[in-house]
Design a protein around this ligand. Structure first.
Ligand SMILES: [Cu+2]
Length: 150
C-alpha cells in the first residue's frame, strides 16, 4: 500500500513539474507597429488592441534616428502630449524597453507635433501568471484504508 501511494505521489510530482516547466513565462520581444515601426500615420491605438504585454517582455521602437524619439510619460501627460522627459527619453532609433512591472505604460514621440498627430502608445502590462494555480507541495492522495478484518 505504502509503495503504491509513493508511486502515485512521484507520478503526480513528475506530471506537475512537466506542467510547470511548460508554463514557464516566455519573454516576448514585441516590435511596436510591427514592420511600420514607430512612425507617423499609424494607428497605435488599434495596433495595441490584440496585443498582450507581460512582465519580462521587451518593447522595441524602430525608427530612423533623429526622425522620432520615445518619451515615457504618465497618463495625464499622455492625454495632453506633454513632452516631459523626466521618466525617460530614448532616441537611438532602435530603442528597447524591458517591461519590469505590471500596470499601464505610456509612450509618445516628442518631435514636433507627432504626438498630437497620433504617435503615442499606451500599453497595459500584466503579471506573467501561470494559467492555473499549481498546488505546491502537491497534496498527497489519502492513503487507502485497510479493509477491516472480517
Ligand atoms: Cu515622431
Amino acid at each position: 500500500m505504502a509503495t503504491k501511494s509513493m508511486v502515485s505521489i512521484i507520478m503526480l510530482a513528475s506530471v506537475l513539474s512537466i506542467i510547470v516547466v511548460n508554463a514557464a513565462p516566455i519573454a516576448n520581444v514585441i516590435t511596436v507597429g510591427d514592420e511600420k515601426g514607430w512612425a507617423l500615420g499609424f494607428d497605435y491605438q488599434a495596433w495595441v488592441q490584440n496585443k498582450q504585454f507581460h512582465v519580462g517582455d521587451t518593447l522595441v521602437f524602430n525608427y530612423p534616428k533623429g526622425a522620432h524619439n520615445v518619451i515615457m510619460v504618465n497618463g495625464p501627460e499622455f492625454q495632453n502630449c506633454v513632452k516631459n522627459p523626466n521618466l525617460g527619453i530614448l532616441e537611438s532609433g532602435q530603442d528597447k524597453i524591458v517591461l519590469e512591472a505590471a500596470g499601464n505604460m505610456w509612450f509618445l514621440c516628442g518631435v514636433g507635433e507627432h504626438c498630437e498627430n497620433g504617435q503615442k502608445l499606451k500599453i497595459t502590462v500584466t503579471e506573467n501568471a501561470l494559467p492555473f494555480p499549481i498546488p505546491f507541495p502537491p497534496a498527497p492522495s489519502p492513503a487507502p484504508q485497510a479493509a477491516p478484518a472480517a
